[in-house]
Design a protein around this ligand. Structure first.
Ligand SMILES: Cc1ncc(COP(=O)(O)O)c(C=O)c1O
Length: 373
């Protein structure tokens, strides 16, 4: 049993075949145009650009925001490496900031202090990239004013958060631009793919241009910028459109699963679900956190028990400031991300799990808890 297997079926198959038969077997075509429009409508932004990955979206948006050598970009330490890798691709320096213990998302107070320090020291901050961790939106009601007063644009890494909302606004729509991933394990998938969304049509045009090898609009292949081959395939966009039609059903299924986990763990001392009580979370992955001193067991004990039953679980992201590849980079840390790394466990959360598979995971977890009651 996997954490979050792709949930695809006959609808995706029919859309893919339709695209294939149309002859648009290329990184251009009506499925891409349609997918972009539909995502922008869903998120409530003026436009969108379909890309080969979420990482490509982060890279291009950072370039468009002016990230490059001599600038810094503030990112949370508790995220997947892609958030910071994209910063390094541009030549900018990532600065890592710790998280709120309750949600795992970037700590807005710490962010305010870091921006004060960086701007006070005369550093050029090209962007702040909050991540909507595991599909729960960061606290934009505090993050946006802090960034606005520092004059720094926000690029929302909503790779995991399609379908999530906060105070009625959709994930992806909070900053100058937002990025989604359609990687195989995400809430909807195109096998691999991503989307950049924004109200800023100039920024989107710039990114679309850079994503298609920065070709000037002339017949003889004229180039005045270094471009990238980052466009989404028309075939994969067709799969994305089918997935998008099923998004609400898939969100419902993941929410149901989280409620089941919530009931199982309720009343257990020292045990809680990360971001519990966020009504807008898309419940992409459910994470249980365990304080071993109060619970009498460790998250790792549950992981081993599940593994013995061939059920996948995983630690939360290893914080980036602990990653060998980012050794020596700047960070403002409280220990919160490190605690979530040691105390957190990501549980099977896929919308494609059958009722029988859901029961198998819940029963296995219940047996573990009963043995420790
Ligand atoms: C937080 C976060 N940012 C960025 C990415 C990168 O997305 P992609 O795999 O589509 O490049 C991912 C997922 O893979 C992610 O979880």
């Amino acid at each position: 049993m996997f954490l979050s297997a792709p949930d695809v079926g006959p609808l995706e198959e029919s859309y893919l075949i339709r695209a294939l038969r149309s002859g648009w077997v290329a990184p251009v075509g009506p499925e891409i145009d349609g997918f972009e429009q539909e995502i922008a409508e869903r998120v409530g932004t003026r436009g969108a650009v379909g890309l080969s990955s979420g990482t490509a979206g982060l890279h291009l948006a950072l370039l468009a925001l002016g990230a490059g050598p001599g600038t810094v970009v503030v990112v949370p330490t508790l995220t997947f490496a892609a958030t910071a890798n994209a910063v390094v691709y541009t030549g900018a320096e990532p600065v890592f900031v710790d998280c709120e213990p309750a949600t795992g998302n970037i700590d807005p107070d710490l962010l305010a202090a870091v921006l004060d320090d960086l701007t006070g020291a005369g550093r050029r901050v090209a962007a702040v990239v909050p991540v909507d961790l595991f599909g729960g939106c960061a606290d934009y009601s505090r993050i946006l004013p802090v960034c606005a007063s520092a004059g720094v644009p926000v690029l929302e890494d909503a790779a995991e958060a399609l379908g999530a909302t906060r105070h009625g606004r959709a994930a992806g729509s909070f900053g100058r631009a937002g990025v989604f991933s359609f990687n195989g394990n995400k809430i909807i998938t195109t096998s691999g793919g991503g989307m950049l969304v924004s109200d800023d049509l100039d920024l989107l045009d710039r990114c679309r241009y850079l994503s298609t090898q920065a070709r000037q609009p002339v017949a003889h292949y004229e180039h005045t910028d270094i471009g990238y081959n980052y466009r989404l395939s028309n075939l994969l966009a067709a799969v994305g459109r089918a997935q998008l039609r099923r998004l609400d059903g898939m969100l419902g299924r993941r929410r149901e699963l989280r409620e089941h986990y919530g009931k199982l763990f309720a009343g257990r001392p020292g045990v809680r679900l990360l971001g519990d009580g966020d009504p807008g979370a898309n419940c992409w992955l459910t994470v249980v956190t365990v304080d071993p001193a109060r619970a009498g067991w460790h998250a790792d004990d549950l992981a081993r028990h599940l593994a013995a039953e061939r059920i996948e679980s995983r630690p939360v992201w290893k914080p980036l400031h602990l990653q060998p590849v980012f050794a020596g980079r700047e960070g403002v840390l409280t220990g919160a991300a490190e605690r979530l790394y040691t105390d957190g466990l990501t549980l099977p959360s896929g919308s494609g799990m059958t009722d029988q598979q859901v029961s198998r995971v819940l029963d296995a977890t219940a047996r573990f808890l009963e043995a420790r009651a």
